[in-house]
Structure formats: C-alpha cells, structure tokens
Design a protein around this ligand. Structure first.
Ligand SMILES: [Mg+2]
Length: 229
C-alpha cells in the first residue's frame, strides 16, 4: 500500500499566475540591478537555488553564501507581496484528492518534493490554504540538484513514521518529466498531471504510472492500492 504521497507544487497543486517568476525578476532588478535578468532561465522542474546560481553565473555575480541570502530574502518578501496581485489558482481536483487521501482507512503521510526553497513553498501554499496538508518535504534549499530532493523527502518521511519505507510504498505526483524521473530513480510510482507546462506527449515519454489531465481524474483509493507493477 502507499504510505507516502509526495507532491510537486507549481503546476501540480497551484498555479501562481506568474507571481513566482515575477518575484525572481524583481529581485534580480531591485536587489542586483539587473532588469530582465532571469528572462533566459527555464524554470520548470528546477530548484530555486540552481536558478539563482545560473542567474549569478550569467551576470558575473559571485555565487557567495551572502549573495544567495540577499537574493532569497528579497525573493520571499516580494513573493508574499505579489501572490495576492496575480490571478493564480489551486489546480482542479486538489481539494477533493486531499479529502480522498484523508478518508483512506490508513491515510498515507503527505509531503512535498519541490524545487522551491522551503520558505517560498510555505508562502505559496499558505496563500492558497494548502500548507497544513504537508508534514514533510524535500526543498530547493536542501539540495541544488532536483533529483536528490525526492530521496530527501523520502528519508525524512521514514524518520517521521519511525519505520523503514519501501520505495514501492511511495507515490510522487507532479507535472513535469523531472518529477516522473525523480520518482522512478527512487523506485517510487509516479502520477503525472497536465495542469503545468508539459504536454501529455512529453509526460508520456517518461512513462508515468498514471497520466491524467488533472487530479479530478485520479482516485486517492486507486493510488493508495498496492503496486501491481
Ligand atoms: Mg511543477
């Protein structure tokens, strides 16, 4: 059975209507004096930390601890300010899916595996009233490499539950090929939704265990059943 469900955030649980990218852009401009400084970055499936490192490298800014702290202090402030000004939304089916998970006879632990830094994740999910669902997570400031975050969340969940989880007891829900690859690298199952930027064809090429338009098409009970493959 599934004992742990790990969610990606952007494009899977919520869409911020551009607030996240705008917060990055304005931080580059106001804190580092570089307008349009993050235009070239491809945000999907990346960690915030790796995006900032690429921004620093492109513009000849020293990738010092102090500069990362400057960037993220400004970013979280702006994110909090900008979220209410953008037309974002919770993705379809999210509320019902959480209800379904909670209603299971043995409800799984629910967590995050996301490239967002922890505070950024919290600000986004608090804004949309979802933060209270999550007990554990792997975040973009735990490791710069997106591929390691799923394992970090998995190991934290094991410690939280006080038992050794098997990868087959883990389900990852995400909207990018990265999410599917991270799940499979761990040995977990992957459910892919097309509510983010990736197309059905792009996701299908990475062979998710479920591929749906949004979470209204997934039943928590079905996902929580034992792996049959
Ligand atoms: Mg995503």
């Amino acid at each position: 059975m599934t004992k742990l469900v790990l969610f990606d955030i952007d494009g899977t649980l919520i869409r911020t209507g551009g607030a996240g990218v705008t917060a990055f852009e304005r931080t580059a401009d106001t804190e580092f004096g570089i307008p349009n400084g993050v235009r070239h970055l491809n945000f999907a499936g990346r960690t915030d930390t790796s995006l900032v490192r690429e921004f620093f490298a492109t513009h000849g800014i020293e990738a010092s601890r102090q500069n990362f702290e400057r960037f993220f202090e400004c970013y979280v402030f702006l994110l909090d300010y900008l979220l209410p000004q953008h037309y974002g939304a919770v993705c379809p089916g999210v509320a019902g899916f959480f209800d379904g998970l909670r209603a299971l006879p043995q409800a799984p632990l629910v967590g995050l595996q996301t490239g967002n830094i922890r505070l950024g994740a919290e600000i986004k999910l608090r804004h949309y009233g979802l933060w209270h669902h999550f007990e554990v997570g792997g975040f973009g400031d735990d490791d710069e490499d997106r591929r390691r975050l799923t394992r970090i969340a998995f190991e934290r969940a094991g410690r939280r539950l006080g038992c050794r989880l098997a990868p087959a007891e883990v389900l990852v829900v995400g909207d990018t090929p990265h999410d599917i690859d991270c799940a499979h690298a761990l040995g977990a199952r992957a459910a892919a939704v097309t509510t983010g930027g990736a197309t059905r064809e792009e996701l299908a090429a990475h062979r998710p265990d479920w591929l749906v338009s949004d979470l209204t098409e997934l039943s928590a009970a079905e996902l929580a059943a034992p792996a049959t493959h």
